[in-house]
Design a protein around this ligand. Structure first.
Ligand code: ATP
Length: 295
């Protein structure tokens, strides 16, 4: 089923335009919504999840008119907000059983089966009797996925789920999401480029409430083939290099020199070496091109 968003706009009471005439179509699979803090990712996700209304525009999911028929969308929606709040001192198993009851699964055996299934998918079965309140950050996020799977959603929205997770937990979480996302639409927001690279078959870069680019990670990096260059410079030469070249990023080497990455259609100068484009380059170029031009 396809999610189709047309001309969506949302201005908050304080005058911030968080979504700015945004249009996009998202099909089945893992979709990464990448953008810096304040880009409007949460505003967009809350709007799709029917938790807030836009000022104008339309959203449809398959044949559901999302803005006019909130309830139909909620039946097929699984949503994991940025912060899930405080958990009661209940075991994962009991809490999921409770959530399943709230979601209308009244038959005992049916409830037991679905709770077991979601615990297995999220790799929490072995710790099902532990209190969720005592879970690590990564386990809590996986529990968040377990609860949203209870109603067998067709559209899953997860808002910056990897923020604050250590590398091992992040890896485990992404694996769970990958498995879950094989036959439904998953929209996953993040400011971590690596998340999108590892997980998503399609992506958009969002800034200032607008889609700057809608692409696939593969296409986006292929487009830059032959236009990314690196050079090692002395630390004190960075300002001069910034004035002369279109620097996308710079990394310190152990000897205190810097490795700069530059975007240019032709070799910027003799000492530069061509290098393979990365998804970070795509992200930085999109954001740079969106910067206001100062007079
Ligand atoms: N309820 C609100 N009232 C007023 N302004 C808001 C509200 N929610 C968000 N904003 C503002 O709207 C803009 C977009 O915020 P949003 O949270 O959607 O971005 P984000 O990309 O999710 O960022 P983050 O990663 O920091 O959550 C920001 O300038 C933010 O301060």
């Amino acid at each position: 089923m396809k999610l189709v968003i047309k001309n969506l706009t949302k201005t908050y009471k304080n005058g911030v335009k968080a979504i700015d005439n945004l249009s996009i179509e998202i099909g089945t699979g893992m979709f990464g919504l990448l953008g810096p803090n304040g880009a409007g990712k949460s505003s967009l996700m809350r709007t799709i999840a029917t938790l807030q209304s836009p000022d104008s525009g339309s959203i449809t999911f398959g044949d559901i008119n999302v803005l006019e028929d909130n309830m139909s969308l909620r039946k097929v929606l699984g949503y994991l907000p940025q912060s899930f709040g405080v958990y009661p001192k209940m075991s994962a198993e009991d809490l999921l059983d409770y959530f399943a009851t709230l979601k209308g699964v009244s038959n005992n055996d049916e409830r037991k089966a679905i709770v077991k299934e979601v615990l297995e998918i999220t790799n929490l079965y072995d710790v099902r009797r532990k209190h969720v309140a005592g879970y690590s950050g990564g386990m809590k996020q996986r529990f968040g996925i377990a609860q949203l799977l209870l109603n067998n959603p067709k559209l899953i929205i997860v808002d910056e789920p990897t923020a604050g997770l250590d590398p091992a937990e992040r890896h485990r979480f992404l694996n769970v999401l990958r498995e879950v996302g094989t036959n439904c639409t998953v929209i996953f927001s993040t400011h971590i480029v690596e998340d999108v690279k590892e997980l998503c078959n399609e992506m958009a870069i969002l800034n200032g409430g607008k889609i700057l680019k809608h692409t696939t990670p593969l296409e986006a990096t292929q487009e830059l083939e032959g236009s990314i260059w690196t050079k090692i410079i002395q630390r004190e030469d960075l300002d001069a290099a910034e004035a002369s070249f279109n620097i996308l990023s710079s990394n310190y080497n152990q000897d205190n020199t810097l490795n700069i990455r530059v975007h240019a259609l032709e070799k910027p100068s003799e000492e530069f070496v061509a290098t393979k484009p990365q998804l970070d380059d795509v992200y930085f170029i999109a954001l740079k091109q969106d910067e206001p031009v100062l007079a």
